[in-house]
Design a protein around this ligand. Structure first.
Ligand SMILES: Nc1ncnc2c1ncn2[C@@H]1O[C@H](COP(=O)(O)OP(=O)(O)O)[C@@H](O)[C@H]1O
Ligand SMILES: [Mg+2]
Length: 533
């Protein structure tokens, strides 16, 4: 058994046991150095307990390094650094730390959930908060040395936390801290001076490189160096110049590309002089791109972080409908003027299975009925593996699905869509008005004719034929927008799509179907009022 599998087995064995005054409830995370559990103290307080991996418990250097985390984290002097409440050893001599339990998710988890592409505004707010914590750490003589998506956390209140001061180093005192035989840090996010092990060159600028590498990956879905496995990553980190963000992600503003390139300069003196300088430059860069003060953007993004986390937890709790609970399809004879927007030569980007969430079972059956997948001999459903599906089949299947699951769940599918479709470049979606206007662009980006999406990002050209999500602008007050859907997709799904996009910016937005005709009853289009406060 590999040492990793072995440590996770040992790690699981702790669940249900008591450690001093805490009952260990579940394993919430594992890093290179430790396993972290959720626990409840006898006074009812929820805490996180971090146990050094078994394989390091007999290594005095590692135990020493681990115990230092408590001191270091508590010296950062910033609420964005998680304090360590206690540092001790259990009855078997295993070292552990106690911290407040954070409710939320790591940036890595969020990044993966978003298919490895976080939005520009989210990355801006994250980086700004992390740099603020680092500025305080650096002012206290502490270098983190392991900034990466796994070590950053977004709380359910939308606040950013920097975790894991496990290998942080005091520049003033512990020049002598070395741990022989173990690699310290994570190659993919490690600056050259750290990868070659030049202890004297490691300083605040090393964290700056790692913030740049983290932003690079969150925006592009790629690592700075393309290399196969840890050792190759380490070699690349030590010897190669970082590639430019502009080479791996198209459609990003040039000022942003330049900003990240500077953070990733090979020579530490080519980067910013301090985390606060970098933060100032970050704000100037993003204010230039977004045309809004960072404080305003940050407030919106934080609210968004918070609501999404709540929605995600709720979504995983929904039970699958039992076969018998499904409604049988009703046969209705109404006019379907929107059929003129369905064409044999148009294809639509295949939805990812995750889009259907708790409706997966029903969706599978319906996709199979529409020849967009099949059941294997062992009754597993395999969706049609083509990346693009014929629009005719897709539209028919979506209507059948919404009929089967009912309007509420139909709206839910629509609400999830914004996470699963190809979106226009971020600068087109910097506030609720722009975002609702961009739904039509997203709609055309995800449909194509002869292999060409109906919206061309480079030229901004849109091809006609499939109808629209018309943006009718703010009418009476600033806090309302009218959308008119004149396209072949079901009313409830469009309702959800508009809600999903609106809530990217306005967590309290509501969408109401306006009176005066609905496509379900044969009207040409549906009108929706979006309001927020
Ligand atoms: N205080 C906390 N509350 C909730 N989750 C935590 C907390 N601290 C750590 N975690 C989770 O545990 C994981 C590992 O913790 P970390 O301190 O990074 O350990 P390592 O040094 O092994 O990388 C983190 O990525 C995170 O998912
Ligand atoms: Mg970690």
């Amino acid at each position: 058994m590999s040492s990793r599998a072995w440590s996770s087995q040992r790690a699981l064995a702790r669940i249900g046991t008591m450690v001093q005054k805490c009952r260990i409830e579940r394993l919430i995370g594992m890093g290179g150095m430790a396993a972290v559990y959720a626990a409840t103290r006898d006074d009812g307080e929820r805490v996180a307990i971090k146990f050094l991996h078994e394989r390091f418990q007999d290594d005095p250097d590692m135990v020493r390094l681990f115990s230092r985390e408590a001191n270091v984290a508590n010296q950062v002097g910033h609420p964005g650094a998680v304090p360590v409440l206690d540092c001790n050893v259990d009855d078997e001599g295993c070292a552990f730390l106690v911290m407040p339990l954070l409710d939320g998710e790591t940036v890595r988890a969020r990044w993966e959930r978003a298919d490895l592409h976080l939005r520009l505004v989210e990355v801006a707010v994250l980086a700004s908060d992390v740099l603020d914590v680092l500025a305080s750490a650096h002012a206290h003589g502490i270098v983190h040395r392991d900034i990466k998506p796994e070590n950053l956390f977004i709380t359910a209140a939308g606040q950013v936390r920097v975790l894991d001061f496990g290998i942080a180093r005091r520049t003033d005192r512990d020049g002598s801290v070395t741990v022989t035989g173990h690699m310290i840090g994570t190659p993919a996010f490690m600056p050259p001076e750290q990868a070659v092990g030049d202890r004297h060159a490691i300083g605040p600028a090393s964290d700056i490189w790692s913030v740049g590498a983290t932003m690079f990956s969150l925006l592009s879905g790629k690592l700075v160096h393309e290399a196969d496995g840890g050792p190759a990553q380490l070699a690349a980190a030590a010897t190669r110049n970082a590639r430019s963000l502009g080479d791996v992600a198209r459609n990003l503003p040039l000022s942003l590309v330049k900003f990240i390139d500077k953070a990733l300069a090979f020579d530490p003196t080519g980067r910013w002089a301090s985390a606060s300088d970098m933060r100032e430059s970050l704000h100037a860069t993003f204010e230039g791109i977004l045309g809004e003060p960072m404080a305003v953007v940050a407030e919106r993004v934080r609210a968004q972080f918070a609501t999404e986390l709540v929605q995600e937890t709720e979504a995983t709790r929904v039970k699958r409908p039992a076969q018998g609970e499904m409604r049988s399809s009703r046969v209705r004879t109404v006019a379907r003027p929107w059929m003129r927007f369905v064409h044999a030569d148009i294809e639509v980007r295949a939805p990812l299975p995750k889009l259907f969430g708790p409706m997966t079972e029903t969706a599978s059956r319906i996709l199979a009925e529409h020849d967009l997948g099949r059941y294997t001999d062992t009754d597993w459903f395999v969706p049609d593996t083509r990346l693009w599906w014929p629009m005719e089949q897709h539209v028919a299947a979506i209507h059948a699905l919404i009929e089967a699951v009912g309007p509420i769940k139909g709206m839910d599918i629509g609400k999830r869509a914004e996470k699963f479709v190809d979106l226009p470049p971020d600068p087109m979606m910097h506030n609720i008005h722009a975002t609702l206007g961009a739904i039509d662009v997203a709609y055309h980006l995800n449909h194509r004719r002869k292999g060409k999406p109906l919206f061309d990002v480079e030229s901004g050209q849109m091809e006609e034929g499939i109808g629209h999500y018309h943006f009718r602008g703010p009418l009476d007050t600033e806090h309302s927008i009218v959308m008119v859907c004149e396209n072949p997709y079901p009313c409830e799904m469009d309702h959800g799509i508009i809600l999903g996009f609106a809530r990217r910016f306005e967590p309290y937005a509501v969408v109401e179907h306006a009176p005066g005709g609905c496509r379900k009853d044969g009207a040409e289009s549906c009108t929706y009022h979006v309001t927020w406060w």
